[in-house]
Design a protein around this ligand. Structure first.
Ligand code: SAH
Length: 255
């Protein structure tokens, strides 16, 4: 029995893809050119993205290193790989989006500014909204442990698939309603939300360690969404409102 080629072939490089097709197929097959930013090119394209992040104000070497290390193009649909290193959010299915690189980097840098993490580095982090798993992968480079919760089973599974080959031993993907936080992993040195609600769930504040920091998009009374930072200090919770942002809505329950 003749074996059919397994498509889509992995386009690690035009040479590899071509020889795989030549080996397995008897009919001529048109191999699409590797899109820009894939395979051998991607490190250079990512390096340019990181230069832009630095020029845009990201100064933490740990964050810049993490952004250079994680291959964003592997987390987006193959039709979108050309845009993977542009500073834009992209659809990841089920009406959700992967955040812009500049926003991921900005939020990660804010996490590192937590009072309790300045000396010893970032410990356990809780991410609400795994999505495709990209930000969880970035977090795995700057934190000791990452717990990431997703309420949509389809995306939880997609993130699992995306992260499998990376073998990130410090990332724990959880399926559930992140509005409850994840008590089993608490207390957290930091909590980061990738979806915006109208109020910070009490569970998040409860599960934050002393000296810990929460970074989340939040809708103000007028409806505008802003980035909110909450620090758990010896004198209670201290809240700072930062720049406007555009995140998908935080929803309760699982689906
Ligand atoms: N960090 C993600 C961004 C995903 S978009 C990435 O890198 O791809 C935000 C995600 O938050 C969506 O997948 C959405 O389903 C999820 N979300 C919204 N409300 C949630 C909740 N209560 N608990 C867990 N996930 C939630």
């Amino acid at each position: 029995m003749q074996r059919r080629p397994g498509f889509p072939a992995r386009l690690d490089g035009p040479a590899g893809a071509t020889s795989r097709v030549a080996q397995l197929s008897v009919r001529p097959v048109v191999v699409p050119a590797a899109p820009q930013g894939v395979g051998l090119d991607s490190a250079a394209v990512r390096a340019r993205m990181v230069q832009k992040l630095a020029a845009g104000g990201i100064s933490s070497p740990a964050v810049l290193h993490a952004m250079a290390a994680v291959e964003r193009h592997r987390f987006v649909d193959s039709a979108l790989v050309n845009q993977a290193y542009e500073d834009t959010s992209l659809p990841i299915g089920l009406a959700q989006t992967i955040s812009k690189p500049s926003v991921v980097a900005r939020m990660c840098e804010l996490l590192l500014g937590a009072e309790g993490s300045r000396a010893a580095g970032l410990g356990r982090v809780l991410e609400i909204g795994t999505g495709c798993g990209y930000q969880a992968a970035v977090l795995s480079h700057i934190a000791r442990e990452v717990y990431s919760v997703e309420r949509l089973r389809g995306l939880h599974e997609k993130a699992r698939d995306n992260l499998r080959h990376l073998r990130l031993a410090n990332v724990h993907l959880l399926f559930g309603d992140g509005m409850q936080g994840y008590a089993k992993g608490a207390p957290y040195a930091a909590i980061i939300a990738a979806a915006g609600g109208e109020a910070v769930p009490q569970a998040w504040c409860d599960q934050l360690a002393p000296g810990g920091r929460l970074v989340a998009p939040m809708a103000l009374a007028g409806g505008q969404q802003v980035l909110l930072v909450i620090d758990k200090t010896a004198h209670g919770l201290k809240q700072s409102v930062l720049e406007p942002v555009h995140f998908v809505p935080l929803k309760s329950g699982i689906a």
